[in-house]
Design a protein around this ligand. Structure first.
Ligand code: NCD
Ligand code: ZN
Ligand code: ZN
Ligand code: ZN
Length: 358
């Protein structure tokens, strides 16, 4: 079976400032190994991409150092609102953090938020990290200032239902969910410790069921929220592979950073769900290609496709991971659906478990 080159609209590639976790080269290799040929990368780097100068430097490097197409979102900061009109002309979208999460970016209060929405003078979307009450704030801003918003990593039943209501009302709202929120629950978080910790946190079975109920309707995209942190940062000592998840192996750190990698497991998980009849292969194409390209107006990639063997079963991962952090919350999971090769702009770049351009 063949898919077009897939799009992941939410990844953290950690350049600049966090290159020990990931960089454009390793992150884009992980993308190709996972069937993705276009990435939208987040601005919560060090320094964060809140000025046109820093965004431009990073975007130039991304184009040079990546093995697939990588577009960088601009970040919103109360201190750099003047930069937004220029960023709006250049970046594919603006990212606003309304809750605490990993990284230096956070916007609080009605006044900075209304100035940000007024200064983003573009029909390009404003993507938001907006959990709980912040979601209501985000949707209110979208309605009042008539801006397209895209809600990142929706993870809770009331939140997906509220977005469904906003869409029914005709508001310009789109959203994504992550594979970890579709395939894991808080019971897994208890078992996995820091390796199952991310923002938003894993939900209840009722939350997961609600997300699946909206998979063919309210949910526009599946995005990995690929958020690599090293095992050492997560507080995992010792490297005996099969004991990684055993709590006895953890020297619990006070505040391990939230986030899990996902570029290489997203498509296998969705293919597995399709093999079980939980969604269709056509819907995977909508969620990972058609809708992402439409929401962010992404360029076409000629002679680019992903070949999968949808019948092939294996234990994930079936080859060493390319992400620099070198672990996955889905290690050891049975998957049905293997990425056999990826062709990027006329060249075979992934085959037999190897990124040939790496
Ligand atoms: C992300 C990160 O590590 O950058 N972490 C996470 O838990 N999702 C930040 C984010 O996407 O909120
Ligand atoms: Zn987030
Ligand atoms: Zn993220
Ligand atoms: Zn593979």
């Amino acid at each position: 079976m063949r898919f077009p080159g897939l799009v992941d609209v939410h990844v953290h590639l950690r350049t600049p400032g966090g290159e020990h976790k990931e960089d454009y080269h390793t992150g884009s290799a992980a993308a190709l190994a996972g069937g993705f040929t276009t990435l939208l990368a987040m601005p919560n780097t060090q320094p964060p991409l809140v000025t046109y100068k820093n965004w431009r430097i990073a975007q130039t490097r991304a184009l040079k150092e990546s093995l697939c197409d990588v577009f960088l979102m601009a970040g919103a900061s109360e201190d750099y609102i003047d930069e937004l009109p220029t960023l709006a002309q250049n970046a594919p979208a603006l990212k606003v953090y309304l809750n605490d999460t990993y990284g230096p970016l956070r916007v609080e209060g009605i006044e900075p938020l209304r100035r940000i929405f007024q200064s983003w003078t573009s029909s390009k979307p404003i993507a938001l990290h907006a959990e709980g009450e912040s979601l209501a704030q985000a949707i209110a801003m979208s309605a009042v200032y008539d801006r397209k918003i895209h809600v990142c990593h929706v993870a809770r039943k009331p939140e997906i239902e509220f977005i469904a209501d906003a869409k029914a009302r005709g508001l310009k709202v789109t959203c994504e969910v992550t594979p970890h929120h579709l395939f894991l629950t808080e019971a897994d978080a208890d078992r996995m410790g820091p390796l199952g910790d991310m923002r938003p946190r894993l939900g209840t079975q009722a939350d997961v069921d609600a997300l699946w109920q909206h998979i063919n309707t309210t949910i526009d995209c599946v995005a990995s929220d690929h958020a690599p942190h090293t095992l050492a940062e997560k507080g995992i000592s010792g490297d005996a592979d099969n004991e990684r998840f055993a709590l006895g192996d953890l020297t619990l750190k006070k505040d391990p950073p939230p986030g899990v990698p996902g570029l290489e497991s997203t498509l296998p998980l969705l293919l597995t769900a399709a093999s079980e009849g939980r969604l269709t292969y056509e819907r995977i194409r909508d969620l990972l290609y058609t809708n992402p390209r439409c929401i962010y107006t992404l360029p076409e990639q000629p002679q680019t496709w992903v070949e999968v063997d949808e019948k092939s079963s294996y234990t994930f991962p079936d080859h060493p991971l390319y992400t620099k952090c070198a672990w996955s919350p889905f290690e050891g999971r049975r998957m049905t659906g293997r990425i056999t090769n990826v062709v990027f702009k006329g060249k075979t770049v992934y085959q037999g478990g190897k990124v040939l351009s790496f």
